[in-house]
Design a binder for this molecule. Structure first.
Ligand SMILES: [Zn+2]
Length: 201
């Protein structure tokens, strides 16, 4: 997959700086169609979704298809809202690996008529300190047969629904019959704060 030329809507940006940015940058239309991406996006998409992801998420594909579960609706709403208001949106989020706790910052920048630049950059990476839980079906598989993983922080819901735990073995290798939901903390943080900020305007 070669890196495409920067679309004319992003003419105000330094093309070389965007291409060389170590973070993941994608230009999309407000319907989610990918117009441009840098090498960082290719790495990011590959690292987070498997080897075929960079090919599935090139120019012309839908950016939203890369986002699983409940968060997809949230991002669709954010992107449309930014395009409507011509205002940027920023948020930090956690996306940890089995061995390191990583915090990223997402920025959505309106960059022309119905075009937005979406950036994900690493803010901090440190060794995982959260208590790790064992990948036990008895503890996590619900009566429906499904294991539910938070599509944001990747914690796993206990079978009795009492709590969400960090199960690094299942971050490395997803369990069979996994479904994606959103944990209470991510729900409050992403949806609660965002909706409250919108309703004040
Ligand atoms: Zn979560």
């Amino acid at each position: 997959m070669t890196i495409p030329a920067l679309p004319s809507e992003l003419g105000a940006f330094d093309a070389k700086a965007l291409a060389d940015d170590p973070g993941s940058l994608v230009a999309i239309r407000d319907d989610g169609t990918i117009l441009w991406f840098n090498a960082g996006w290719r790495r990011f998409a590959g690292a987070n979704g498997g080897d075929d992801v960079p090919d599935r998420f090139g120019v012309g594909a839908s950016y939203f298809e890369a986002i699983s579960g409940t968060l997809r609706g949230f991002y669709e709403e954010v992107v449309l809202d930014c395009a409507d208001r011509q205002e940027p949106f920023e948020q930090q989020y956690e996306c940890s690996s089995p061995t390191s706790r990583r915090t990223f910052r997402m920025r959505v920048l309106p960059a022309g008529d119905h075009v937005l630049l979406v950036s994900h950059s690493l803010v901090v990476e440190e060794p995982v300190e959260a208590a790790a839980s064992e990948p036990l079906d008895d503890a996590y598989r619900a009566p429906t047969g499904l294991v539910t993983m938070c599509s944001n922080c990747r914690r796993v819901r206990r079978a009795d629904q009492a709590q969400w735990d960090w199960v690094p073995a299942w971050v490395s290798n997803q369990p069979a019959r996994v479904s994606h939901g959103i944990c209470a903390l991510c729900m409050g943080y992403y949806y609660g704060a965002y909706r409250a900020s919108r309703s004040r305007k």
